[in-house]
Design a protein around this ligand. Sequence first.
Ligand code: AP5
Ligand code: MG
Length: 186
Amino acid sequence: MRIVLLGPPGSGKGTQAALLKDRLGVPHISTGDLLRAAVAAGTPLGLKAKAAMDAGELVSDELMLSLIEERMGEADVAPGYLLDGYPRNLAQAQALDELLERIGQPVQKALELKVDEEQIVDRLARRAEEEGRSDDTEEVVRKRLAVYAAQNAPVAGYYAERGLLVEIEGVGSVESINQRLVDALG
Ligand code: AP5
Ligand code: MG
């Protein structure tokens, strides 16, 4: 299956993708995880991306497209993919469609996790204590939410226009949300 997971910071994209990938037998491709690995390894990409990530802003579309292009070229993508964190604005959605068309792997479904802002702030404050992710400070979380509202939210409309969007209530136990996603995939 070829799936795009949408939803604000802290909506559970990574948590749900970790469960779904085994069930579906496709790789979980998280651009945030790829970027954090690049930052940790000190690669040229990591060095370029770090400032934007720490500020809660988007890394440039050019860098992201080359990153996703390289990842989608790997062999494990043959049975499909579970994309998490990409696309994040309309330009990325269009670029992704062109890329996926070219490799014959178009998106089949976009699943959007809906979680209200108060719950997100609570979840990420907890994760800040537990994991210390550098962009989980209250100030940067607010910035990430604002960037999401301005840039990422229209991406759901992009997939809705193509008849691919399914909205999922993202509040409740991890297992119950996973079941909703599985049901939505049919
Ligand atoms: P990215 O890593 O994608 O971060 P994000 O979108 O802000 O999302 P998170 O990873 O914080 O949340 P999530 O939805 O995965 O939730 P999770 O499952 O972890 O991006 C980071 C940065 O990289 C961006 O800000 C940007 O700078 C850059 N970037 C990445 N992609 C880019 C792109 N395409 N273009 C440009 N820049 C890009 O859950 C959150 C927490 O809640 C966890 O602690 C979890 O345990 C908990 N939780 C999960 N489910 C539940 C539940 N049901 N109930 C209670 N708690 C729960
Ligand atoms: Mg994540």
